[in-house]
Design a protein around this ligand. Structure first.
Ligand SMILES: Nc1ncnc2c1ncn2[C@@H]1O[C@H](COP(=O)(O)OP(=O)(O)OP(=O)(O)O)[C@@H](O)[C@H]1O
Length: 765
C-alpha cells in the first residue's frame, strides 16, 4: 500500500491552476500514472489516454483527480480500521500473559480473531426440566462438607428459594471449591444440571449467575483448557467496546440488500450475544442470517479472488504459440481415429490459450476413458512444432511408463522422447539429462523425478500434469520455473463435483470432455457377496474363452501392509489354479519398475490373460482388450477409486463387465458405494455421492497443499450459498473488472488483507 501514500504526495503537488501544468501535463502526471498502475490500472489507463491526447482536456483531468482522491481517502479509512482490528489480544483488559499465550496457540491472536471466534453452542439460561436444567435464586441457609463411604468429600449448600429448598452439590470438594466462598444469609443465583440427589432437588456443579441472567442466552466457545468460557465471554465484550465503531462493512450494500443480510456489526453482535429464543434455535442449526452472511462472505471473497486470478488482470505473460494450419495438417497423420466433438471443442479451448500471450492454466476434466490423453498429446505436439520442449508428469511410474509407451507409439518414432522416473538407471538418466539440457529431447515423460532440481531443460514450453491433485502447488511451481512460464495443462481422471471444482480450481479454466468415443457401451456392473465368488469366476471364464482379458484387483492401501500383499499373492495362487489353461500373472507395487513394465506389456499384447493385481493399475492404464474387472473386498475402496478401476475396462467397442465382490464386513457406507456403482457409470454423479459420504476434506485422499481452509463454510452443506456467491462475484467483475468503483474499493482491500497470501494473488492493490 506504499503506492497509496505516494499517490497522496503526488496529488498534493498537482495544482490545476498552474499554467505550466496545463501546458505540459505529461511532465506532471507521468509519475502519478506509474503509481496508479499498481492500485487502479483502469484509472491509470484513462489518465494515460487523456495525457496522450494532443490537447489534454483540463476538465477530464480534474475529474480523474477527484476519483483518485476518493480512492485514496476511502482506502485510508478502511485500512485504519483493519489495522485496529489487528491489535494483539494482550491489549484487551483482563487478558493476562497466560491466557494470551494459550489463545494465541489456538489461532486467536488479534481483536479480529476474537470477534470472529463464534460460539459453537447456544443455550437459554432457565429452568427447563425436560433438558434437566435448573436455574434458582435463593438465600444460602446452610453449607456443609459430607464424607462419603469411600472417603470422598462432597460440598453441599442449601438455598431457600421462593418455591422451597434446593441443594447445590459439588463433588470432590477441595479448598478451591466452590468458588466464590459462600456466605450464609446471602442471595445467590445458580444454574446447572438438575438432579434428585438423595431425594433432594439439587443442582450439580452449578455456575454462579446474576439473578438477571435468567432468560438470557449462554454461549459456549471452544477454548483451550485454561481459558474459562465465562472469561472469554468477557473478552469478547471488551473486544467489542474496543472495536465497536471500527468494524467496517465487508460486503457491498447491494449484496446485503439482495439477501436481506444483517449488517456486519449487528450480525456479529447477534452471534455473540443473541437475545431471543428464536435466534438460538437458528444459530444452533447454523441457519441464522447473521451466520449465513459470514458463510456467504467467506465463499464470496474466495470466488472473487479466484475469478480475479483467472482473469487477464492477474495473468502472467507466457509463450505465444503459432497454431499453424500446416502443423495441424501434419499432426493429422498421427491421430488414429476421428476425434469426438467434445475432444475437438476442448482442443480448440487449448489452442486459444496457446495462441494468447498469457500463460495457459487449464484443467482438462473428463470421465474415465473419455480420451483425454490424445488431446493432451496433440496440443503438446503443436508446442514441439513451435520449437519448445514438453514435460509430461504423472504421479506413478506405471502411469508415466504407459504415457511414454503411448506417446512413442503415437509419434511413430518421429520425435525424441525420454522417460525419467525414480527407477531409470543412473547412467541412462545422466545421459538423458544432458540431452534434455541440450534440447535434443522433445518430450520428457516422467514422475516427480522430472521436477527434481538438477533436471534442466533447454526451453520447456509446455507442461502436462496428470492427476494433478496428487502434486503439491510447490511441485507444480518447481516445474514451471524450469521454463519461461510454460503453458500448463492439468489433467484429472477423477471427476470432481462442481462445487469442489469451483473451490479448488476456481482460478483455472476448465474444459470438460463430456462424450465417450463412439461405440462404447456402459460397463455392466454387478455386486456379489464373497460367498458367490464361484459365480464371478464362471462369468470371467466366459470372457476368457472369447479371447478377452481380465483384471482381479485386491486392496492394498499402503504398499507396506503385508497382510494385504499376502491377500493378492494368496489369491493369485488360487486364480492360477482355477484358470490353469490361461496365463495368469501377479502385479504389485513392490516389484521393480522393469518387471511391472514387462508384465503390463505382456498383458497388453495378450501374452497374459488374467492380471491379479493391487491398485497399481488404478489410474490411466489403457488395455482395450480387457473386458472384465473383478474387485475383491470392494467395500474397502473409495468410490472414486472403484470408478477408476472400473474405467480400466470398457475401453473399446467390446461389451465389458465389472464385478464388485464384498465381504460380510461391509458397512452401510460401503453398501451405498457399491449400490451407486451398480446404478450409474457417470463419474460426475458418483463424485457427488462420494463427496457426500466422505466430506470435502477427504475427497482427494491426500490433503492437497494450497487447499483453502474455511472458518465458517462447509462445502457440502453450503452448496447453494457457494453458487450464489460465485454468480455475484462474477457479476461484479463483469461490470467492474478492476474493482475500481468506490463501492467496490472495500472488496479489493479485503482481498488484499485477508486473501492475498492464501490465494497467491499477485496483482491485488
Ligand atoms: N475419438 C476417439 N475414437 C476412438 N477411440 C478413442 C478416441 N479417443 C480416445 N480413444 C481411445 O479410447 C481409450 C481411452 O482414451 P484415453 O486413454 O485417452 O482416456 P482417458 O480419458 O485418458 O482415460 P483415463 O482417465 O481412464 O485414463 C484409448 O484406448 C484411446 O486410444
Amino acid at each position: 500500500m506504499q503506492s497509496l501514500s505516494n499517490i497522496k504526495k503526488i496529488l498534493k503537488t498537482l495544482d490545476l491552476s498552474n499554467q505550466d501544468l496545463i501546458n505540459n501535463p505529461k511532465k506532471y502526471f507521468t509519475h502519478l500514472v506509474e503509481e496508479l498502475k499498481k492500485v487502479s490500472p483502469l484509472l491509470a489507463g484513462r489518465l494515460n489516454d487523456i495525457l496522450n491526447n494532443e490537447n489534454p482536456d483540463i476538465l477530464s483531468l480534474e475529474k480523474i483527480i477527484q476519483e483518485v482522491n476518493i480512492l485514496v481517502s476511502s482506502n485510508k479509512s478502511i485500512r485504519d480500521s483493519f489495522q485496529k482490528l489487528t491489535i494483539s489480544i494482550e491489549n484487551i483488559d483482563g487478558v493476562g500473559p497466560k491466557t494470551a499465550s494459550s489463545l494465541k496457540k489456538n489461532g486467536i491472536e488479534t481483536l479480529q480473531d476474537v470477534i470472529l471466534h463464534f460460539p459453537y453452542k447456544y443455550e437459554l439460561v432457565d429452568t427447563d426440566l425436560k433438558s434437566e436444567k435448573l436455574f434458582i435464586t435463593g438465600v444460602l441457609s446452610s453449607k456443609s462438607v459430607i464424607k462419603t463411604k469411600y472417603g470422598k468429600r462432597i460440598f453441599q449448600a442449601v438455598f431457600k428459594c421462593d418455591d422451597g429448598y434446593y441443594y447445590g452439590i459439588w463433588f470432590n470438594f477441595s479448598r478451591k471449591y466452590p468458588d466464590p466462598v459462600l456466605s450464609i444469609g446471602k442471595e445467590y443465583s445458580l444454574y446447572g444440571k438438575y438432579t434428585n440427589f438423595n431425594g433432594k432437588p439439587s443442582v450439580i456443579h452449578p455456575a454462579f449467575m446474576d439473578k438477571s441472567d435468567r432468560g438470557q442466552v449462554k454461549t459456549y466457545y471452544s477454548l483451550p483448557g485454561n481459558v474459562k468460557n465465562q472469561s472469554f465471554v468477557k473478552i469478547v465484550r471488551r473486544a467489542f467496546t474496543y472495536t465497536g465503531s471500527d468494524i467496517v462493512e465487508t460486503l457491498p450494500e447491494k449484496i446485503i440488500a439482495k439477501y436481506d443480510f444483517p449488517d456486519i456489526k449487528n450480525a456479529l453482535y447477534t452471534i455473540h450475544f443473541p437475545e431471543k429464543a428464536k435466534d438460538i434455535t437458528l444459530l444452533n442449526e447454523n441457519r441464522h442470517p447473521a451466520f449465513i452472511r459470514f458463510v456467504y462472505e467467506e465463499l464470496f471473497y474466495l470466488q472473487l479472488g479466484l475469478l480475479i486470478k483467472k482473469s487477464n488482470y492477474n495473468k502472467v505473460y507466457g509463450i505465444k504459440y503459432d497454431v499453424k494450419q500446416e502443423y495441424l495438417d501434419d499432426i493429422k497423420k498421427y491421430i488414429p481415429f476421428k476425434l469426438t466433438t467434445a475432444q475437438r471443442r476442448v482442443l480448440a479451448d487449448i489452442f486459444n490459450d496457446m495462441k494468447s500471450e498469457h500463460q495457459m492454466n487449464r484443467l482438462l476434466q473428463g470421465d474415465v476413458g473419455s480420451g483425454k490423453t490424445i488431446v493432451a498429446f496433440i496440443a503438446a505436439l503443436v508446442a514441439v512444432k513451435n520449437g519448445y520442449q514438453v514435460a509430461i508428469i504423472a504421479p506413478t511410474e506405471v502411469l508415466a511408463e504407459q504415457h511414454f509407451i503411448n506417446l512413442v507409439h503415437f509419434l511413430k518414432n518421429d520425435y525424441a522422447v525420454s522417460l525419467l522416473t525414480g527407477s531409470t538407471p543412473k547412467n541412462e538418466k545422466q545421459n538423458d539429462m544432458v540431452n534434455i539440457k541440450d534440447g535434443n529431447v522433445d518430450f520428457v515423460v516422467g514422475t516427480h523425478a522430472v521436477i527434481r532440481d538438477d533436471v534442466e531443460f533447454k526451453n520447456l514450453g509446455f507442461a502436462i500434469i496428470d492427476e494433478q491433485h496428487r502434486f503439491g502447488v510447490l511441485q507444480r511451481k518447481n516445474l514451471v520455473d524450469k521454463g519461461y512460464n510454460p503453458d500448463i495443462l492439468l489433467m484429472t481422471a477423477t471427476p470432481i463435483p462442481r462445487t469442489l471444482a469451483l473451490t479448488f480450481y476456481g482460478d483455472l479454466n476448465v474444459s470438460i470432455i463430456d462424450e465417450m468415443p463412439p461405440g462404447r457401451s456402459p460397463v455392466k456392473t454387478k455386486s456379489f457377496s464373497a460367498n458367490n465368488f464361484d459365480k464371478v469366476l464362471e462369468l470371467t471364464e466366459k470372457e476368457l474363452e472369447k479371447g478377452n482379458r481380465a483384471y482381479f484387483i485386491y486392496p492394498l492401501i499402503d504398499e507396506s501392509e503385508k497382510i494385504d500383499l499376502k491377500d493378492a499373492t494368496k489369491n493369485f495362487e488360487y486364480i492360477s489354479l482355477r484358470f490353469s489353461g490361461y496365463n495368469v500373472a501377479l502385479l504389485h507395487g513392490r516389484m521393480k519398475a522393469s518387471e511391472k513394465n514387462s508384465l503390463m506389456t505382456a498383458f497388453k499384447n495378450g501374452n497374459i490373460d488374467v492380471l491379479v493385481s493391487t491398485t497399481v493399475v488404478e489410474v490411466g492404464v489403457d488395455i482395450p482388450d480387457a473386458t472384465v474387472m473383478v474387485i475383491e473386498n470392494a467395500e474397502r475402496f473409495g468410490l472414486s477409486q472403484l470408478h477408476q478401476l472400473r474405467g480400466r475396462v470398457g475401453r473399446s467397442n467390446k461389451e465389458s463387465y465389472c464385478y464388485l465382490v464384498y465381504s460380510d464386513k461391509i458397512s452401510d457406507d460401503g453398501k451405498t458405494r457399491l449400490n451407486s456403482m451398480v446404478s450409474t457409470n457417470d463419474g460426475f454423479k458418483l463424485s457427488e455421492v462420494d463427496l457426500e459420504i466422505r466430506g470435502p476434506g477427504d475427497f482427494f485422499g491426500t490433503r492437497q497443499s494450497g487447499l483453502p481452509e474455511f472458518r465458517f463454510s462447509n462445502i457440502v452443506r453450503d452448496v447453494p450459498i457457494l453458487n450464489k456467491a460465485r454468480n455475484d462475484a462474477d457479476n461484479i467483475l463483469k461490470h467492474d473488472p478492476f474493482l475500481e468503483k468506490p463501492e467496490h474499493i472495500i472488496l479489493k482491500e479485503i482481498l488484499h488483507f485477508r486473501w492475498k497470501q492464501a490465494l497467491d494473488l499477485t496483482n491485488i492493490g
